[in-house]
Ligand binder design. Structure first.
Ligand code: C2E
Ligand code: MG
Ligand code: MG
Ligand code: MG
Length: 287
């Protein structure tokens, strides 16, 4: 009795689970179509060094025909689970490199770096290095202006493989930054071994950097750590002048956030960069 009851209990068809599963299946199906129908697009958010624009981060957007803009936080995890992140990540790489090659023709934009988020699954593909080299070659983008954003968790899955891939790409000039720094578990000894160029202070620490003594202490420590390891330290999620001033006073003058600009389509980003470059931003004396 109990045995057959157990066997007949179709937990899978619990209505709420069923709903979640079919939502995921539907999203996967939608994403496959979206790739074919070119519904994905890149937005660009400036990275500044005081009154200078130094680069852009490419951020993926999905313009869904009926659901409107779907943010990456919603579909990237599903893409990662289903493996769709592989064709999608490759598309991002090519699109970002094409944009970089396009900027190279404009003297005002020619020096800008392009930061591209790389998913763990994409990075661990055996041909990842070749994929990046090919995207650079095909588009004609300058390798020295491409920066790949990695996250702590993915670097530790296989440290030797990670280092090998990074070294090969660094040999042709590609740069690496560690995204969302401080939210993962990387030990300092790994941090020392990885050939990184840049740390990005996670926005969760920046948000209350002015009001929370703990967040202020964490931000200061990350800045000190990065500086002493010879890495560039950039703060993400800068939304206010007070946050910017705090960062500047504490030795971090690379910034990214809504205070400067939201992520925008290429044309809007370019117009913004021209204006910022021409006029600078009136940064207060305080920082
Ligand atoms: P991330 O790489 O840490 O990107 C920064 C996120 O913070 C972006 O969200 C950006 O719009 C947002 N942001 C920037 N400045 C501010 C600010 O001042 N305040 C606040 N509240 N938010 C700010 P977005 O575009 O929704 O992307 C979310 C995450 O999705 C990214 O986090 C990244 O992990 C992932 N992602 C985005 N594009 C790609 C991609 O092409 N490939 C992969 N694998 N992941 C991507
Ligand atoms: Mg990022
Ligand atoms: Mg981040
Ligand atoms: Mg993030």
């Amino acid at each position: 009795q109990a045995k057959s009851a157990g066997r007949d209990t179709l937990q899978f068809f619990d209505p709420s689970m069923q709903k979640a599963v079919s939502a995921r299946v539907e999203m996967e199906k939608d994403m496959r179509l979206a790739l074919e129908r070119h519904e994905f697009d890149l937005f660009f958010q400036p990275q500044v060094q005081r009154d200078k624009v130094i680069g852009a981060e490419a951020l993926l957007r999905w313009k869904h025909p009926t659901k409107g803009f779907i943010p990456p936080g919603v579909f990237v995890p599903t893409a990662e689970e289903s493996g769709l992140i592989l064709p999608l990540g490759e598309w991002v790489l090519y699109a970002a490199c094409r944009q970089l090659a396009h900027w190279a023709q404009n003297p005002a934009l020619a020096e800008l770096t392009m930061s591209v988020n790389v998913s763990p699954r994409q990075f661990y593909q055996p041909n990842f290095v070749e994929q990046v080299q090919q995207a650079l070659q095909v588009t004609g983008a300058k390798p020295g202006l491409l920066e790949l954003e990695l996250t702590e968790g993915m670097l530790l899955t296989d440290v030797e493989d990670t280092i090998q891939k990074m070294v090969q790409l660094k040999a042709i000039g590609v740069m690496f930054s560690l995204d969302d720094f401080g939210t993962g578990y990387s030990s300092l000894s790994y941090l020392k071994r990885l050939p990184l160029d840049k740390l990005k202070i996670d926005q969760s620490f920046v948000r209350e950097v002015v009001t929370s003594t703990n967040d202020a202490a964490i931000a200061r420590s990350i800045i000190a750590l990065g500086n002493s390891l010879g890495l560039q330290v950039i703060a993400e999620g800068v939304e206010t002048e007070a946050q910017r001033v705090f960062l500047a006073k504490n030795g971090c003058s690379y910034w990214q956030g809504f205070y400067f600009s939201r992520p925008q389509p290429a044309a809007e980003f370019e117009a913004w960069a021209h204006a910022y470059g021409a006029e600078g931003k009136a940064l207060s004396e305080a920082g």
